[in-house]
Design a protein around this ligand. Structure first.
Ligand code: AHR
Ligand code: AHR
Length: 483
């Protein structure tokens, strides 16, 4: 049985079921998600390999070969047609895409395996997010509902708000109690858990909570596991609960079960029934996190039902897999990165002061210029499965993006710096060498444009994101010197 079969048996069936990694009903064989590729704008639905099974990641890989792909739809498996698509602009923020919509995510940001089979999660960067304002069957008002989601316990920030669940239908902050979602991250000043985070909390609108107070709930631990099962459920009559556990082993713990927060207007709840993923109710879109699967139910699931769902998640055997593919780089080695666009095949990725650029370099160039165009491959500062590139002539400084331009900056040791300086490799999109994508914004690749370095998406709104020559501009041949 899948998670939604278990909820049905418990008398609290799923009214929404979203996952890019697997079917959540044992009989489900329909589409899990849709990808759209950069080369021709074509779309393709990705379905499970078999009913109840893991997503057909190979179908995505072949459809997206030699180009980029975005996740444009996350289908609702429950039959309620509550599919998730790009989130529209809201009261707090507009996204950067056409019409103020948030960007969709790249389809390759979060590779994992389930029982040894490859699948892709939804890697939310700031500025990306999904929503459905016309969901069917979700709880409204003070009706009862349950929710769980599986997240990456190592991908989070303190920006508002990495949420999955029930929110306003008009993208506005309509007041306390208008939302009931799972939240994962560093919290922002309301209720928090023990230690320094990240935590599984609930976003109930105008606040992230873990119990009935605005204070520390020591029973809600900082999450340290790579995969985390997060549970929030809300009952009628001033009762709710927050639970969590390691998705790979063990059971769920109850972090809180009791009355609603007493500091605001949370009883009765005034849920509106839209569904959000990766954003706040008012489209606050500054959060990051990774979603693999999640559901919403009707009725208040029992702890026992949720414990059975957790056992099913454990049996799905989520595991990490390689983030890099294509030509291998060796940590500790010094490399050069030669451009492959026809204009520029004797130019190398280099820097002048802070600015990353491309420059003509050859074996007869000065030592100083050769060093400006040489990089030591390091283990990724923000994720050890990827790489960072340390400047040879400025040790301690690394290639990082800021406002999507590339710089060589000194490592200040911050979480943001490490993440801005972390890049994962794949076979070059034009068939030559490697393409090098940002870890924290994986739709964005190291690109040269007018001889400057950027973290560019394919066909994005900025001038340096032009689709023209994109594949060439993001393909680099790694070598050990200059010709
Ligand atoms: O409750 C936290 C956030 O506050 C909500 O997600 C958002 O709608 C508001 O800005
Ligand atoms: O480059 C995109 C973002 O811009 C970086 O993550 C951040 O450092 C800056 O605000």
């Amino acid at each position: 049985a899948g998670p939604c079969d278990i909820y049905s048996s418990g008398g609290t069936p799923c009214v929404a079921a979203h996952s890019t990694t697997r079917a959540l009903y044992s009989a489900y064989s329909g589409p899990l998600y849709q990808v759209k590729r950069g080369s021709d704008g074509g779309t393709r639905d990705i379905s499970p390999l078999s009913a109840g099974g893991v997503a057909d990641a190979a179908a995505q890989d072949s459809f997206c070969s030699g180009t980029t792909c975005l996740i444009t739809v996350i289908y609702d498996q429950s039959g309620h047609n509550s599919h998730l698509t790009q989130a529209p602009p809201g009261g707090a923020a507009s996204g950067g895409d056409v019409g103020g919509y948030d960007f969709p995510v790249t389809a390759i940001g979060a590779p994992v395996t389930l029982n040894g089979q490859k699948a892709y999660g939804v890697f939310i960067s700031p500025g990306t997010g999904y929503r459905n304002n016309e969901a069917n069957g979700t709880a409204v008002g003070d009706e009862a509902e349950g929710m769980y989601a599986v997240f990456d316990g190592t991908h989070y920030n303190g920006g508002c708000c990495f949420d999955y669940g029930n929110a306003e239908t008009n993208n506005m902050d309509n007041g306390d109690g208008r939302m009931e979602t799972i939240y994962f991250g560093l919290g922002t000043g309301y209720g928090v858990g023990g230690g320094s985070g990240p935590w599984v909390l609930a976003d109930l609108e105008n606040g992230l909570y873990t119990d009935s107070k605005v204070s520390v709930n020591p029973n809600n631990p900082s999450i340290t596991s790579r995969f985390v099962t997060a549970v929030v459920k809300g009952n009628t009559n001033n009762q709710w609960a927050v639970r969590g556990g390691d998705s790979v082993s063990g059971s769920l713990s109850t972090y809180y079960s009791g009355i609603r927060p007493t500091n605001g207007d949370y009883n009765p709840m005034q849920k509106e029934g839209a569904i959000i993923l990766g954003i706040g109710g008012d489209n606050s879109n500054w959060a990051q996190g990774t979603f693999y699967e999640g559901v919403m139910t009707t009725g208040y699931p029992s702890d026992d039902t949720e414990n059975q769902v957790q056992a099913d998640i454990v049996a799905a055997k989520y595991a990490v897999t390689a983030m890099n593919s294509g030509p291998e780089l060796t940590v500790g080695s010094t490399i050069t990165l030669r451009a492959t666009t026809s204009c520029c095949t004797t130019r190398y990725l280099a820097h002048t002061g802070d600015a990353v650029n491309t420059q003509e370099v050859s074996s007869s160039s000065s030592t100083a210029l050769q060093q400006q165009a040489s990089w030591v491959v390091r283990t990724g500062l923000g994720n050890s499965a990827c790489y960072s590139f340390e400047s040879v002539d400025t040790p301690g400084s690394f290639i990082r993006h800021s406002n999507f331009q590339l710089y060589v900056n000194s490592n200040d040791g911050s979480k943001l710096f490490g993440e801005d300086a972390t890049y994962c490799t794949q076979a070059g999109l034009n068939g030559q060498g490697s393409s090098i994508r940002s870890w924290n914004y994986p739709a964005h690749y190291i690109r040269h444009f007018n001889a400057l370095g950027y973290a560019a998406s394919n066909g994005g709104p900025k001038e340096f994101e032009s689709a023209t020559l994109f594949n060439d501009d993001v393909s680099w041949v790694a070598g050990s010197g200059f010709s």
